[in-house]
Ligand binder design. Structure first.
Ligand code: SF4
Length: 381
């Protein structure tokens, strides 16, 4: 298959692994973080860790959009669908629409899936267009779309708002918790518990933002970055390009994924983002509030902002103060430390015992891109 098979060639993979091994031979432990959840899944799916030398450690970072969605965001979404409260805000029922992987993410005491089972109005959609269609079809309902994810998904949400404006829809809203990558990478580099030698930068995000936004990482922190694709050879080559820099004590931003990612990114998507969103501080599950790491709707689009239209205080909703503490996770779950790269799923006493993809205790076990889910699925111990 063109553009797939050539990136899964076992002989070439073995050759690159050999080159990596000879580069790191005699060096102390080298630690590289893959920031993206899709990289994490590929690394486990293709058994890439087995191809790498023992003194090269791969860590998974906070790049799974579902995993980093805060407990308070889920609580807010749940508050919106709790029927008794929604009536006090508007005569129209609120229907929350979301991608399926958000359904099981735990809030402080429930999940959207559990609320739906109790009769709450929650619908799984496959695109923002589906949510817009629902808004058109049900003018008697307030349609709220749960807008999570990084620079990859935010342009599609921006486009949906512009489209809602064009169609003059008055009953389409988004509850935004978008996040952007460079600030969280900076936060990780300032984390004293974490000792990193290089970043494997996310592929999809980088096709939107390009390579320039990572340059401060190389310049200020002297940490090399490589934008790598998701196929096994992309990842191995990306690691090789990182190790080359690490052993030479160099630091720059390189693009392995040159068939898609460019230095300047995707200007059309970036101008959509710029038009609809502006930077804001946002809470990351397990990492706390990170300045300028989020995107909120610009004032001119405030009528589409679920948070300002449906004031949460009107729902009689109170956020549990213990859950607001980012280090405090639910029932012994250590997702926060896993997302910071300082603990592995096997160090969680709940892993595989009471926490599994069918009954996830924490967000890292919910999404396909979560580290705990990857360990569970591919039999890591
Ligand atoms: S195994 Fe489950 S409970 Fe433990 S950190 Fe992962 S998601 Fe949380």
């Amino acid at each position: 298959m063109k553009y797939i098979d050539e990136f899964r060639n076992g002989t070439v993979a073995a050759g690159i692994s050999k080159k990596i091994a000879s580069l790191v031979e005699g060096h102390d432990r080298i630690t590289v973080m893959e920031v993206c959840g899709s990289h994490t899944m590929s690394i486990y799916r293709y058994g890439l860790k087995n191809l790498l030398p023992k003194n090269l450690r791969l860590l998974s970072g906070p790049g799974c959009p579902v995993c980093v969605t805060s407990t308070s965001y889920i609580d807010t979404a749940i508050a919106m669908v709790q029927k008794t409260n929604s009536r006090s805000v508007s005569e129209k029922e609120v229907l929350v629409t979301t991608f399926g992987d958000m359904m099981k993410v735990p809030g402080s005491s429930s999940s959207l899936e559990k609320e739906r089972a109790k009769g709450a109005a929650v619908a799984v959609v496959y695109s923002t267009l589906d949510a817009l269609r629902l808004a058109e079809k049900h003018p008697d309902k307030q349609i709220v779309f749960l807008a999570i994810g990084f620079e990859t998904t935010a342009p599609t949400i921006a486009a949906s708002i512009i489209e809602a404006e064009r169609r003059r829809l008055k009953n389409y809203f988004v509850l935004t918790a978008h996040k952007v990558m460079p600030p969280v990478m900076q936060a990780l580099l300032k984390d004293r518990d974490l000792d990193l030698d290089g970043f494997l930068c996310p592929a999809h995000v980088s096709t939107i933002i390009g390579s320039r936004p990572y340059e401060f990482i190389a310049q200020e922190f002297h940490i090399p970055c490589v934008i790598a694709g998701f196929e096994p050879l992309d990842i191995l080559l990306g690691i090789y390009m990182l190790i080359e820099q690490i052993v030479k004590k160099e630091a720059s931003v390189k693009i392995q994924y040159s068939r898609v990612a460019r230095e300047d990114g995707n200007q059309k998507a970036l101008s959509l983002l710029e038009r609809v969103f502006e930077p804001c501080d946002v809470e990351w599950r397990g990492l706390g509030l990170i300045p300028k790491s989020g995107l909120k709707l610009r004032g001119v689009y405030a009528t589409y902002d679920a948070l300002s239209v449906f004031r949460i205080s009107d729902f009689g909703f109170r956020i549990n103060p213990e859950i607001r503490n980012p280090k405090s996770e639910i029932n012994g779950c250590i997702c926060g430390d896993i997302l910071r790269g300082i603990k592995m799923p096997s160090e969680c006493k709940l892993f595989k015992k009471v926490c599994n993809p069918e009954h996830p205790v924490g967000a890292c076990m919910v999404s396909n891109e979560g580290t705990c889910a990857a360990w569970y699925k591919y039999g890591e111990t």
